[in-house]
Ligand binder design. Structure first.
Ligand SMILES: *[C@@H]1O[C@H](CO)[C@@H](O)[C@H](O)[C@H]1NC(C)=O
Ligand SMILES: *[C@@H]1O[C@H](CO)[C@@H](O)[C@H](O)[C@H]1NC(C)=O
Ligand SMILES: *[C@@H]1O[C@H](CO)[C@@H](O)[C@H](O)[C@H]1NC(C)=O
Ligand SMILES: *[C@@H]1O[C@H](CO)[C@@H](O)[C@H](O)[C@H]1NC(C)=O
Length: 573
C-alpha cells in the first residue's frame, strides 16, 4: 500500500533534506495532534473525551474551543490511518469522537435547535456546552465534513461485518447531518475562515462529496428513505459547484460576497479534501490534477509571489513560496500559514499519484500556464508516461511540491511545534501555538508524498446535465413567533414541539423551551422554520419529570415565504 520514498538511492540532496524533515516531523505532528484531544491529551485539560482542542492557546488568540470543521478534518486523518491499518490502536479514541459529536448534535446552541439548525453551529466549549458569544454562524461545512469522517468509519465497520454499530449509531448521526445538508446547502454560510457570509467553494464541494458518499452508504445498508432527496440535491449541488470557476481569469472564486479578489487557498484545500482516486483528472469535481484545479493552484501561488511576504521576495518566479489564506488577509497582520503551505504541496502529490496511475498527463488550454512553469511554451496535448515530457513534468512537479514542504521545514522551530502562522517578514511562528489542524495537514501531506491515499468516494463519472439551472428544491427559512397564554403552577414550564426538525420532530424530551415569559401568562419563543410549509405543533407543560401535552388535534400553521415572518397567538388547550 505504501511505497516509501525515504532513503531512496537516487534521491537528490534536496529531496533527502525534505525526507529527513518528513521522517522527524511526522511523529512530532502525530504526537502534537493527539496532545490536543481529550480527555487525556497532555494539552487538552478540561476537554471531554474525543473533543479536539483547536489549539491550547488561551489568549491572543483564545482557541480553546472545539470547532466542528477542525475536529472532523483531524479525525478524518486519524480514521484514515486506522482504517488503512497503520494505526490499529486508535479505535477507542475514534469512538470517543463519535460520542462527542453525538453529544454536540444533541446540544441546543445559538445557531438553533439540537438536531435541527444547531447542526451548523461552528464551535462549542471543550466541555461540550454551547458557546454563546457572538460568532460568524452558521458554518454549513461542519455537518458535511463530520459526515465524511463518520462515513469513512462506517464503511470500515461494514467491511468488518459489524453492520449493527453502523445502523444503530453512525448512520443515524450521518442522516441528521446529511438531511441538514440536503435542506440548507444553498443558503448563505460563513466560509471556512469564518469571515465572509455568502456561498463558499469549499463548503459547496464538501457538501457535494458528503451527499454522494452518504447515498452509497444508505444503499449498502438498504436504508433508502432519504436516497431520492439526497440524490436530487447532490445533482443540484454539483451543478452549483461549476459556477465558482471563473473562465475569463482562470481561477476558482472562493467566496461570493467577499469584496476581495476571490483567490484563496480555500480552493486548494477543496481539491485536497475532495480527492478521489477513482475520478482521474475530472474537472467537474475539481480533482487535484484537473485543469481547473491546476489553474486554481497557479493563481493562488502567484497571488503570494513578489513582495507581499518579504520571506518570498527573493524566490524564483517558478519556485515554491510560503502560502497564506488570501492576499488581502490582515489577521495577525496577514501571514503565511503552515496548513496552507502544506496543502499547496498535497494537491501536487495527489495530482502526481493520479498521473502515475493513469500513465499520462493531459495539458489543456486552461492548465497550460501551470505546466509552462516547468516546460516553457509546452503545447496542449496528452503526454504518455513513455515520453520524456511526462518524465520531465513529473520530476519537476515533485521538486516543486517538495519546495512547499521545504519552506515549512525552514520555518519549523527546533522543537517541531507547528503554530497557525509564521511571520511574513522573518518566518518566526505566530498566532496560536500547536494548532491541531496544522499537525493534521502535515500528516496528510507527508502521506500523499509517500503515495498513501485516502479511500475513494463515488466521484467517478459524474456529469452536470446540460442546460441545467442548478434547481434548488431545498428549503429556505422564515421566522415564526409563538405566543401562548398559559397559566402555570410553581415549577411548571411551557415547551413547544412539532412536525419539523426545527421544532424537534415531536420529541417531548428535546422540545424547545422553556419558553420565556416576561409578560406572564404569555409564553413566547421565535424560531426559524422551513419557509412556505404547513407545519404542525403543540405546546407541552413540564414539571420535573411530568409531561402534559395539549389536547388534540394538533395545531398547524403555514410558515411565511423565505425571509418572512408570522406570529401565532394561542391559548393553552
Ligand atoms: C463549560 O465551560 C465553560 C467555558 O469554560 C464554562 O463557562 C461553563 O461553566 C462550563 N460548563 C460546565 C457544565 O462545566
Ligand atoms: C461493533 O462495534 C462496536 C463498537 O466498536 C462494538 O461495541 C460491538 O461490540 C461490535 N459488534 C460486533 C458484533 O462486533
Ligand atoms: C441489503 O439487501 C440485500 C439484498 O436483499 C442483502 O443481500 C443485504 O444483506 C442487505 N444488507 C443489509 C445491511 O441489510
Ligand atoms: C408556496 O407554496 C405554494 C404551494 O406549494 C406554491 O404554490 C407557491 O408558489 C409557494 N410560494 C413561494 C413564494 O415559493
Amino acid at each position: 500500500m505504501c511505497s516509501t520514498v525515504y532513503g531512496r538511492l537516487d534521491a537528490t540532496p534536496y529531496e533527502r533534506a525534505v525526507d529527513d524533515y518528513v521522517a522527524s516531523e511526522g511523529p512530532i505532528a502525530l504526537a502534537g495532534l493527539l496532545a490536543n484531544i481529550g480527555p487525556s491529551g497532555s494539552k487538552s485539560q478540561g476537554a471531554k473525551p474525543g473533543i479536539v482542542v483547536a489549539s491550547p492557546s488561551l489568549t491572543d488568540p483564545d482557541y480553546v474551543f472545539a470547532w466542528i470543521r477542525d475536529s472532523a478534518l483531524v479525525f478524518k486523518a486519524l480514521i484514515d490511518r486506522f482504517t488503512d491499518g497503520r494505526d490499529s490502536t486508535r479505535l477507542p479514541l475514534i469512538l470517543q469522537y463519535v460520542q462527542s459529536q453525538s453529544n454536540l448534535q444533541n446540544t441546543d446552541n445559538p445557531s438553533g435547535a439540537a438536531r435541527g439548525l444547531g447542526l451548523a453551529e461552528p464551535k462549542f466549549e471543550i466541555n461540550e456546552t454551547a458557546f454563546t458569544g457572538a460568532w460568524g454562524r452558521p458554518q454549513r461545512d461542519g455537518p458535511a465534513l463530520r459526515s465524511t469522517a463518520l462515513i469513512t468509519l462506517a464503511n470500515w465497520f461494514i467491511a468488518q461485518g459489524n453492520t449493527s454499530y453502523v445502523t444503530s449509531t453512525l448512520f443515524p448521526m450521518i442522516t441528521l447531518d446529511l438531511n441538514y445538508v440536503a435542506t440548507y446547502w444553498n443558503d448563505q454560510t460563513f466560509d471556512l475562515w469564518e469571515e465572509v457570509q455568502g456561498h463558499s467553494f469549499f463548503t459547496t464541494a464538501v457538501q457535494h462529496r458528503a451527499l454522494r458518499e452518504g447515498i452509497a452508504l444508505a444503499q449498502k445498508l438498504n436504508s433508502t428513505a432519504n436516497v431520492a432527496s439526497w440524490t436530487s440535491e447532490a445533482a443540484n449541488v454539483l451543478c452549483t459547484l461549476q459556477s465558482y470557476w471563473q473562465p475569463s481569469n482562470a481561477f476558482i472564486l472562493s467566496n461570493t460576497n467577499s469584496g476581495r479578489s476571490g483567490i484563496d487557498v480555500n480552493s486548494i484545500l477543496t481539491s485536497v479534501h475532495t480527492f478521489s482516486s477513482n475520478a482521474g483528472c475530472d474537472a467537474v469535481t475539481f480533482q487535484p490534477c484537473s485543469d481547473k484545479a491546476l489553474a486554481g493552484h497557479f493563481a493562488v501561488v502567484n497571488s503570494f509571489r513578489g513582495s507581499l511576504y518579504s520571506i518570498n521576495s527573493g524566490r524564483a518566479s517558478t519556485a515554491a513560496v510560503a502560502i497564506g489564506r488570501y492576499k488581502e488577509d490582515s489577521y495577525f497582520g496577514g501571514n503565511p500559514w503552515y496548513l496552507a503551505t502544506f496543502a499547496a504541496a498535497e494537491q501536487l502529490y495527489l495530482a502526481l499519484s493520479t498521473w502515475n496511475s493513469q500513465k499520462s498527463i493531459t495539458v489543456t488550454a486552461i492548465s497550460q500556464p501551470f505546466f509552462a512553469q516547468f516546460i516553457p511554451g509546452i503545447a496542449a496535448g496528452t503526454y504518455a508516461s513513455t515520453t520524456s515530457t511526462f518524465t520531465t513534468l513529473t520530476s519537476a512537479i515533485r521538486t516543486y511540491a517538495d519546495g512547499f514542504i521545504a519552506i515549512n521545514q525552514q520555518y519549523t522551530p527546533a522543537n517541531g511545534g507547528l503554530a497557525e502562522q509564521f511571520s511574513k517578514s522573518n518566518g518566526t511562528p505566530l498566532s496560536a501555538v500547536d494548532l491541531t489542524w496544522s499537525y493534521a495537514s502535515a500528516l496528510t501531506a507527508f502521506d500523499r508524498r509517500a503515495g498513501v491515499l485516502p479511500a475513494a468516494w463515488p466521484a467517478a463519472g459524474l456529469t452536470v446535465p446540460s442546460g441545467s439551472s442548478c434547481g434548488d428544491s431545498s428549503t429556505t427559512l422564515s421566522s415564526v413567533t409563538f405566543n401562548v397564554n398559559a397559566q402555570t403552577v410553581l415549577g411548571e414550564n411551557i415547551y413547544l414541539t412539532g412536525s419539523v426538525a426545527e421544532l424537534r420532530n415531536w420529541s417531548p424530551d428535546n422540545a424547545i423551551g422553556p419558553l420565556s415569559n416576561p409578560n406572564y401568562p404569555i409564553w413566547t419563543v421565535t424560531v426559524q422554520v422551513p419557509a412556505n410549509q404547513t407545519i404542525e405543533y403543540k405546546y407541552i407543560r413540564k414539571n420535573g419529570g411530568s409531561v402534559v401535552w395539549e389536547s388534540d388535534p394538533n395545531r398547524s400553521f403555514r410558515s411565511a415565504t423565505t425571509g418572512g415572518s408570522v406570529t401565532l397567538n394561542d391559548v393553552w388547550k
